[in-house]
Design a protein around this ligand. Structure first.
Ligand SMILES: [Zn+2]
Length: 513
C-alpha cells in the first residue's frame, strides 16, 4: 500500500519503473518492486487453486489425520513470525514423490514422501520456512507479472496430472494450478527463500543448522538419481553446492543460542505411524509401476499386500478399482471404488473411476453424477469427455459439444479424441468453418478447389456458386459425394475470363460425417 511506503522507497520505485502505479515494498526483502498483482488477487488465486493443486498431487493424506495437524502446527509457528500476514494453510499430500510447494497467498503443501526423508522437526521447519518465503515474498505473483505463467499457459495443455493411470489432463481454470506448482522461481529466489526461511526458523525457536543438514540430505539424494526425487522437489529445486554453501555461511554467521531446538524426538513420534506402514506405500508405488508395465495381475497382488499392512488407505482401493475396471470386472471395480469413497469422499479419482465404471455398465444417471463430482474436485479431460459422451447418448448434442470443446484443451490422445468428437458434432452445423472453397477457372469452366481441414472424411458436401454478371445474379448448387483431404469441383458454367472470378462467390452450405 502506498500509504505505508516510506518516501525514499517510493522515489526509488518511481525512478526505477517510471510510474507510481503498482509500486510496493516487498514485505520480506524490503525492496521496492512492481506489484500489479495485488494482495487480494494473490490471496484469491491461492484460494481458488489450492484444492485442484492438492487433487492433482495425490489428494490429502488422511490415514493418519494427526500428522496433518502436526505439520500445520509447525507451519503456524513459522507463519506467526513471518514478515507477512496471509491466510496460511498447510496440508500433507498423499504422494510418495518427495516434494513441497507454495501457492501465492500462503497455501502450502508437503508430500508424505518428503516427510519420510526428513530427520527432525527443525528440518521440517526449514522446508516450510522456505515455502512460506515463496508466498510471503510474492515469488509466485512476481512470476505471474513477468508473464512467465502466460508463456506457460501454452505449455499447460501438455502438463499431465502426476502418476495418473488415466492419462488425465486438467482442463479449464484449474490448469493454472499445474503451472503454479511446477514453477521454477529461479536461483535468486531460491537463495532468498533459503535465507529468510532460516531467519524464520530462528525467530520461531528452531536450530538453523537443520537448514544445512536438509540441503546435505538433498545433495546426497540427488546423487542417487532416484527418479522420484528427480520428478519431485528437484525438478523445481535443483540441488546445488551454491545453495548448500550459502546456507552454511549464513548459519555460521548467526550467533549460537542454546534455546534453539531440533525436535528430533517429537518428529519421530509424529512420523512413527507413517513409518510403520511405509512398506504399504512402497507396495502401492510398485503396483503403479507394474501397471505401467502392463502387468495388472501382479499389480493387484502388490495392492493386496498394501491393504494388509494399511487397511485405512483409500488410494489402495481406488487403484484396485481401476485395475478391475481395466480387466472388465465391473462389479469388483464398483465395490473397490465404494470402499475407497467410504474411507475418503474427497478425492476426484474415486468418483472418476466409479463414474466411468457406471457408464460402461449402462448406469448412465449414476455415471453422470459421479463424473460431475469428479470434475468439481478436479476438472479433467477424461471426465469431461465421458460427460460429453453421456450427453450425446441422452440426446443432448448441444451440451455434448460444450463438454468436448472443453476437453479439447487437453493434449495427447485424449484431447485429440475429444476434438474429433467435437468436430463430428460441429461440422454439420458449421461446414464452412472446416471446408474451405476457392473458385477457379479450368478450361473455361467455373470450378472450385475444396480443402477439408477437419481431419475427418466427410460426405455429401454441397457447394453453392453465385455469379453476378451484367447486373444478373445466378446461382447453382453442386454436390460432392465424399471428400477426404481436398478435391476439385466443376460448376458446369462457362466463364469468359479469370477477371470474372471477382464476381463469383462460393460457399460450403452443408456436409455430413
Ligand atoms: Zn523453493
Amino acid at each position: 500500500m502506498v500509504t505505508t511506503l516510506r518516501i525514499d522507497k517510493l522515489l526509488t520505485c518511481i525512478l526505477l519503473f517510471g510510474s507510481m502505479a503498482g509500486c510496493a515494498t516487498n514485505p520480506v526483502t524490503g525492496r521496492s518492486e512492481l506489484a500489479f498483482v495485488g494482495e487480494s488477487t494473490e490471496i484469491a488465486i491461492g484460494q481458488q487453486q489450492y484444492r485442484p493443486s492438492q487433487q492433482s498431487q495425490g489428494g490429502l493424506y488422511l490415514a493418519d489425520p494427526s500428522l496433518s495437524r502436526y505439520v500445520s502446527e509447525v507451519g503456524a509457528r513459522l507463519a506467526a513470525v513471518s514478515d507477512r500476514s496471509l491466510p496460511y494453510e498447510f496440508v500433507v499430500l498423499n504422494e510418495s514423490t518427495p516434494n513441497a510447494w507454495a501457492l501465492p497467498g500462503g497455501k502450502i503443501a508437503v508430500n508424505r514422501g518428503l516427510l519420510l526423508a526428513l530427520n527432525n522437526e527443525a528440518e521440517l521447519a526449514a522446508v516450510l520456512g522456505h515455502e512460506i518465503v515463496h508466498s510471503a515474498a510474492r515469488h509466485g505473483a512476481q512470476a505471474m507479472q513477468r508473464g512467465t505463467l502466460l508463456q506457460g499457459a501454452i505449455l499447460a495443455t501438455s502438463i499431465a496430472a502426476d502418476d495418473s493411470e488415466y492419462a488425465d489432463y486438467i482442463v479449464g481454470a484449474a490448469q493454472l494450478s499445474s503451472q503454479l506448482i511446477h514453477m521454477r522461481y529461479g536461483r535468486d529466489k531460491e537463495l532468498e527463500s533459503d535465507k529468510f526461511g532460516i531467519e524464520y526458523m530462528v525467530r520461531a525457536g528452531y536450530d538453523p543448522g537443520a537448514a544445512v543438514t536438509l540441503q546435505e540430505t538433498f545433495a546426497r539424494m540427488s546423487e542417487t538419481k532416484d527418479p522420484g526425487w528427480l520428478a519431485g522437489l528437484f525438478s523445481s529445486h535443483p540441488p546445488s553446492l551454491t545453495r548448500l554453501e550459502a546456507n552454511r555461511n549464513h548459519v555460521a554467521n548467526l550467533e549460537s543460542r542454546p534455546d534453539l531446538e531440533i525436535g528430533k524426538e517429537r518428529y519421530e513420534q509424529h512420523l512413527a505411524y507413517l513409518l510403520s506402514v511405509s512398506e504399504a506405500y512402497r507396495a502401492f508405488d510398485r503396483s503403479q509401476f507394474l501397471l505401467s508395465e502392463d502387468k495388472p495381475e501382479s499389480a493387484l497382488k502388490a495392492l493386496t499386500r498394501a491393504q494388509e499392512i494399511e487397511p485405512r488407505e483409500a488410494r489402495f482401493y481406488g487403484a484396485m478399482g481401476d485395475i478391475y475396471r481395466q480387466l472388465e470386472k465391473f462389479e469388483d471395480a464398483y465395490d473397490a471404488y465404494k470402499r475407497a469413497l467410504e474411507l475418503d469422499n474427497g478425492y476426484y479419482q474415486y468418483y472418476l473411476g466409479r463414474g466411468l465404471n457406471s457408464a460402461q455398465t449402462g448406469e448412465l444417471s449414476a455415471a453422470e453424477t459421479d463424473l460431475k463430482k469428479s470434475n468439481e474436485l478436479l476438472p479433467t479431460a477424461t471426465a469431461t469427455t465421458a460427460l460429453g459422451n453421456l450427453a450425446l447418448k441422452n440426446g443432448r448434442p448441444g451440451e455434448a459439444k460444450g463438454y468436448y470443446r472443453t476437453a479439447m484443451q487437453a493434449g495427447g490422445n485424449i484431447g485429440q479424441t475429444a476434438k474429433v468428437s467435437f468436430i463430428k458434432l460441429d461440422l454439420p452445423d458449421n461446414p464452412g468453418a472446416y471446408i474451405s472453397v476457392h473458385p477457379r477457372i479450368v478450361n473455361g469452366y467455373l470450378g472450385a478447389t475444396l480443402i477439408n481441414q477437419s481431419g475427418i472424411d466427410v460426405s455429401d458436401v454441397r457447394v453453392k456458386f453465385t455469379v453476378n454478371l451484367a447486373d444478373q445474379s445466378r446461382s447453382k448448387i453442386v454436390s460432392l459425394k465424399s471428400l477426404q483431404r481436398s478435391s476439385a469441383l466443376n460448376s458446369g458454367w462457362r466463364m469468359n475470363q479469370s477477371d470474372d472470378l471477382r464476381n463469383v462467390t462460393v460457399k460450403t452450405i452443408s456436409a455430413s460425417i
